[in-house]
Design a protein around this ligand. Structure first.
Ligand SMILES: [Zn+2]
Length: 479
């Protein structure tokens, strides 16, 4: 079998083999950071580390490039540790075992860490190169991108002085990313009085499942069903139902796929209630026929709950759930087909006198995010609830006048004879956060072609690595 160190470009793959041999799962980047620092020292390069553990390594301009603006290259050091369940593997101590599989490089039973080991290796190769023409460089190696963009969020003051940033963490060669969404977590809290279940009631479980769900940023545009909203609709359409508990949805960044409630129904209404549930399933299957294919909605008898939410609260709460903003709020004016602002009503819980709603609001430009938070707050306060926000981070709005984008588009066409695609994503990237801290930066994100990142099937296309690296060197030469 061919070793990955025999692949072209050798300078990059040599570094990638080294990166694979050094454990570096998220929050345990210390060994890889030490390698970067040792590398800087042994090559006589200046470096600096900030409090959270990011490292920037500086390399002076090559001869003839002294007057050019400084360029920041950036990649994250951490990788997502995922393995096949039958494999014994410790990501904190064991080296990743990469191998060539046809046109691709993948790893034996684990994530490969091409995300973002490719970016890290490209920077090390450029730092090591003796005859690469380039302006002054600041290579920024960040920590903990994958579990919360921690390194970017806590990037130290004075780490960067450049005016241009090329992020090396994209997953499709031939695409230039010029924008990403920021986000904020919103939680709405309610308190309510519990009362004894009315006499002559019987208990039912109401359950919705089989929705596709998906990533609350990337897949919000597919307009799939939101389990929490659909459950709400059924409860509102059958107001004689008394709610005892609700346990619906899941993670903030996932479109909710399942919802469950325990309710009490007057004995006299049970036949109508069961019929309403059957009809409801048929109705939502028809409505979502083009985006969902296995919706299941139904009710079944369970023990009658002893307590339910007080009537006036239930009315207000169901009204709030109905009115809460959810889904796409606005499409981008700058990039056709891109969602600009969205919100995902991801979780609804009601039990023991407390109810809670979770949202993740995403936006390319921050005023949109503020507006959606204001909407959630308004609905919550009308219904007697209160909101709190956390984890707020900035978006990166596409800049049609970006100089680096212009240079890279022209360069790509000269090198490869076709125009690259220019894209933005409705999800978080480090660029959004770094750009908010260093607003002078003109930014683009690129990378080689990867498939199935964050899974043990992760792989990187060998031919795309050649193009990615050539394009990077060409860009540095021609800026
Ligand atoms: Zn990444």
């Amino acid at each position: 079998m061919k070793e990955i160190t025999e692949l072209e470009p050798k300078a990059l793959w040599k570094q990638f083999a080294k990166v694979c041999s050094i454990p570096h799962p998220s929050k345990h980047e210390e060994k890889l950071r030490q390698y970067v620092i040792d590398f800087a020292q042994s090559h006589g390069l200046e470096y600096r580390q900030d409090a959270v553990g990011n490292v920037v390594v500086r390399k002076p301009a090559a001869a003839g490039y002294e007057g050019h603006p400084t360029v920041v290259l950036q990649a994250h050091m951490d990788m997502v540790p995922q393995k096949n369940s039958d494999l014994k593997f410790n990501f904190e101590t064991d080296p990743i075992r990469p191998y060539v599989d046809g046109e691709w490089v993948t790893a034996d039973g684990t994530t490969l860490g091409a995300d973002d080991g490719m970016g890290v290796s490209a920077m090390l190769a450029v730092l090591e190169g003796k005859d690469i023409p380039h302006p002054a460089l600041e290579c920024l190696f960040t920590v903990d991108e994958e579990t919360g963009l921690t390194g970017a969020n806590q990037l130290g003051d004075g780490m960067l002085s450049g005016d241009i940033l090329i992020n090396l963490d994209s997953e499709d060669e031939g695409e230039l990313y010029v924008g990403c969404a920021g986000a904020v977590n919103v939680t709405a809290n309610f308190e309510y009085k519990e009362v004894a279940t009315p006499d002559d009631s019987v208990g039912y479980e109401v359950a919705l499942s089989g929705l596709k769900g998906g990533h609350s940023g990337m897949e919000i545009i597919l307009q799939r069903g939101n389990a929490n909203k659909l459950l709400t609709r059924f409860l509102r359409e059958n107001p004689y139902v008394r709610i005892s508990t609700i346990d619906a949805g899941g993670l903030r960044n996932a479109i909710p796929r399942e919802a469950r409630a325990i309710v009490a129904v007057p004995v006299a209404q049970t036949a109508g209630f069961e019929k309403a549930a059957e009809d409801f399933e048929q109705t939502i299957r028809r409505e979502f026929a083009l985006v969902e294919d296995s919706i299941r909605f139904g009710v079944r008898r369970v023990d009658t709950p002893a307590i339910v939410a007080a009537c006036d609260f239930q009315t207000r709460f169901v009204a709030a759930l109905t009115a809460m903003p959810n889904g796409i709020m606005r499409m981008s004016d700058a990039v056709p087909g891109l969602v600009e602002t969205s919100t995902n009503m991801s979780r609804v819980q009601l039990a023991d006198g407390k109810a809670q709603l979770l949202f993740m609001v995403r936006c390319m430009v921050n005023y949109g995010k503020k507006q959606v938070v204001a909407m959630i707050e308004s609905v919550a306060s009308l219904a007697g609830g209160r909101i709190e926000t956390q984890g707020d981070y900035d978006g990166w709005a596409p800049n049609p006048d970006s100089k680096i984008l212009h240079v890279m588009k022209e360069g790509y066409e000269k090198l490869f004879g076709r125009m690259p695609e220019v894209k933005a994503i409705h999800a978080g990237l480090e660029c959004g956060i770094i750009g908010a801290k260093y607003p002078q930066l003109d930014m683009v994100s690129v990378g080689p072609t990867m498939r199935y990142p964050h899974s043990p099937d992760e792989k990187v296309e060998i031919a795309s690595v050649v193009k990615f690296y050539d394009f990077l060197l060409y860009t540095l030469k021609n800026l």
